[in-house]
Design a protein around this ligand. Sequence first.
Ligand code: QAP
Ligand code: CO
Length: 169
Amino acid sequence: MALRNILVFPDPRLREVAEEVKVFDEKLKILSEDLLETMYEFNGIGLAATQIGVSKRILVLDISEEKNEPQVFVNPKIKILEGEETAGYEEGCLSVPSFYEEVIRPVNVEITFNDLEGNEKKIKPTGLLSVVVQHETDHLDGKLMVDYISSTKRGRIRSKLLKLKKQKK
Ligand code: QAP
Ligand code: CO
């Protein structure tokens, strides 16, 4: 397993639309392990391949208290179910470090995905699991949590993170 570097907003690679996974091989398993290791290292609850500069449709998460329930979603597809019930969560993102913003999303969704063997799975998550899968699937489409807030706020976050990056160099 290996730790990977996490891209930070406004890195243009975070805007790429990731490619569907068609081959379920050992390489994919290693990628999922690297994603999990990197997510745990930086105390995340979710991480998408796009965030480590890999343009493939795979994401990992762990919303358990003990951090011992890793989940892997390959080629996730989200269907919003009727009811149109929404909820606002204070969201964070490892690619937007130290910023937290409320994002309103539908709560009742159906997720179809593949596991690491390529088997088709379907779940109907609610609450935090639903929110994290939607947040991470957004990454695979080049979308970020800051796209849901005002452009004024987004611009402020952008310049603060650019400034931090310059200081590190
Ligand atoms: C997505 O985000 C999420 O700024 C996962 O300094 C999070 O794991 C969706 C993190 C909350 C819904 C609700 C962020 C760690 C982790 C930071 C994360 C930071 C350290 C973010
Ligand atoms: Co994120």
